[in-house]
Design a protein around this ligand. Structure first.
Ligand SMILES: NC(=O)c1ccc[n+]([C@@H]2O[C@H](COP(=O)([O-])OP(=O)(O)OC[C@H]3O[C@@H](n4cnc5c(N)ncnc54)[C@H](OP(=O)(O)O)[C@@H]3O)[C@@H](O)[C@H]2O)c1
Length: 257
C-alpha cells in the first residue's frame, strides 16, 4: 500500500457532504488538489463549503444539490460531475441516516426513507458511477459502520443496512477487480457529527465531548487513505474505532480474569 499518492487532478463525488464525515472528506480531498462534486439536500451548507475554498487553492468544489433517494437526481449528479470535470476517479458513498430505535414504532414512510438513503442510494450511485470508474481504474469508497461488523441490538435496521453494504461492497470488489476498480468499506465507530438528531433528538456532538470519540476529520483521513490507493492495491476494509471501543468485552463471563 502507499499513502503518498498525489490527488491533484483526481475527480471525485462525495455524498452527504453538507455535514459531518462527508463534509470533512470533501474538504480534505479538495485540500489535496482534487476536483470534488459535493452532494446532499441542503444547498446552503454545500455553498458554505464551496465558499471556504479560495481561487488560490489547488482543488475545486462543485455544488450539486442531490437527494440520494431519487435515482434521477443521482444520475444527474454523476452526469454533471463527468461533464464538468471530464471524468470520475473517486466516489465516496457516504450519505446515511440513523433510524429511530426499535421496530415497533417505525412507520412505513420512515422505513422506506431510511432504506432509500442507506441501501438504495448506495446501490444507484454505484450503478451510475461504475462505467466511469472503470475508465480510469477508479476508487469506490463506501462509508459503513462498526454496526455492520457485529450484531447491534440498539438498531437492527441500521445494522442491517451496514451489513448489506459490506456484503455488496466485497462482492462488488470480486466482480470489478478485473476492471481495475477498487472497492473499499470504511467502518467508523462513533464520530462526533450531527448523526442522531432526527432519530433520537440528540446528535453525537451533543452527546460527546471533543476528544472522547473520533472527529469527522479523522474519519475523513481514513477515507482519503483508501481513496488514494491505485492498482494493483485496494484497502478492502478499514475499521477506525476509539481505543475504548471494546471495553465492554472485558466484562463477558466467558472470558474470566
Ligand atoms: N457519526 C457516526 O458515529 C458514524 C459512525 C459510523 C458510521 N457513520 C456513517 O457515516 C456516514 C455519514 O454520517 P455522519 O455521521 O457524517 O452524519 P451527519 O453529520 O448526520 O451527515 C449525514 C449526511 O447525509 C446527508 N443525507 C441524509 N439524507 C440524505 C438524502 N436523502 N440525500 C442526500 N444526502 C442525504 C446529509 O445531508 P442533507 O441533510 O443536507 O441531505 C448529511 O450531509 C453515514 O453513512 C453513517 O451511517 C457514522
Amino acid at each position: 500500500m502507499t499513502d503518498d499518492s498525489d490527488l491533484s487532478g483526481k475527480r471525485a463525488i462525495v455524498t452527504g457532504a453538507s455535514a459531518g464525515i462527508g463534509r470533512s472528506t470533501a474538504r480534505l480531498l479538495a485540500e489535496e488538489g482534487a476536483a470534488v462534486a459535493v452532494a446532499a439536500r441542503r444547498e446552503h451548507r454545500l455553498n458554505e463549503l464551496a465558499d471556504e475554498f479560495g481561487p488560490s487553492d489547488d482543488g475545486e468544489i462543485l455544488v450539486v444539490p442531490t437527494d440520494v433517494t431519487d435515482t434521477d437526481q443521482i444520475d444527474a449528479l454523476v452526469a454533471e460531475t463527468v461533464d464538468a470535470f471530464g471524468g470520475l476517479d473517486i466516489v465516496v458513498s457516504n450519505a446515511g441516516l440513523l433510524p429511530p430505535n426499535g421496530i415497533d414504532d417505525l412507520t412505513e414512510d420512515q422505513y422506506r426513507n431510511f432504506m432509500g438513503v442507506n441501501v438504495d442510494g448506495m446501490y444507484f450511485l454505484t450503478k451510475a458511477s461504475l462505467p466511469h470508474l472503470r475508465e480510469g481504474e477508479g476508487n469506490l469508497v463506501f462509508v459503513g459502520s462498526y454496526a455492520g461488523t457485529l450484531p447491534f441490538p440498539r438498531s437492527p435496521l441500521y445494522a442491517g443496512s451496514k451489513w448489506w453494504l459490506r456484503g455488496f461492497a466485497h462482492s462488488l470488489q470480486g466482480a470489478e477487480g478485473m476492471e481495475g476498480v477498487a472497492v473499499s468499506v470504511v467502518n467508523p465507530g462513533e464520530v462526533r457529527t450531527e448523526i442522531g438528531e432526527a432519530a433520537r433528538g440528540e446528535t453525537n456532538i451533543d452527546r460527546y465531548d471533543p476528544g472522547e470519540i473520533t472527529e469527522p476529520r479523522e474519519a475523513a483521513e481514513a477515507i482519503v487513505f483508501t481513496a488514494r490507493q491505485h492498482p494493483p492495491n485496494t484497502v478492502t476494509e478499514l475499521n477506525l474505532m476509539r481505543r475504548t471501543k471494546f471495553d465492554n468485552l472485558r466484562h463477558r463471563s466467558e472470558f474470566p480474569d
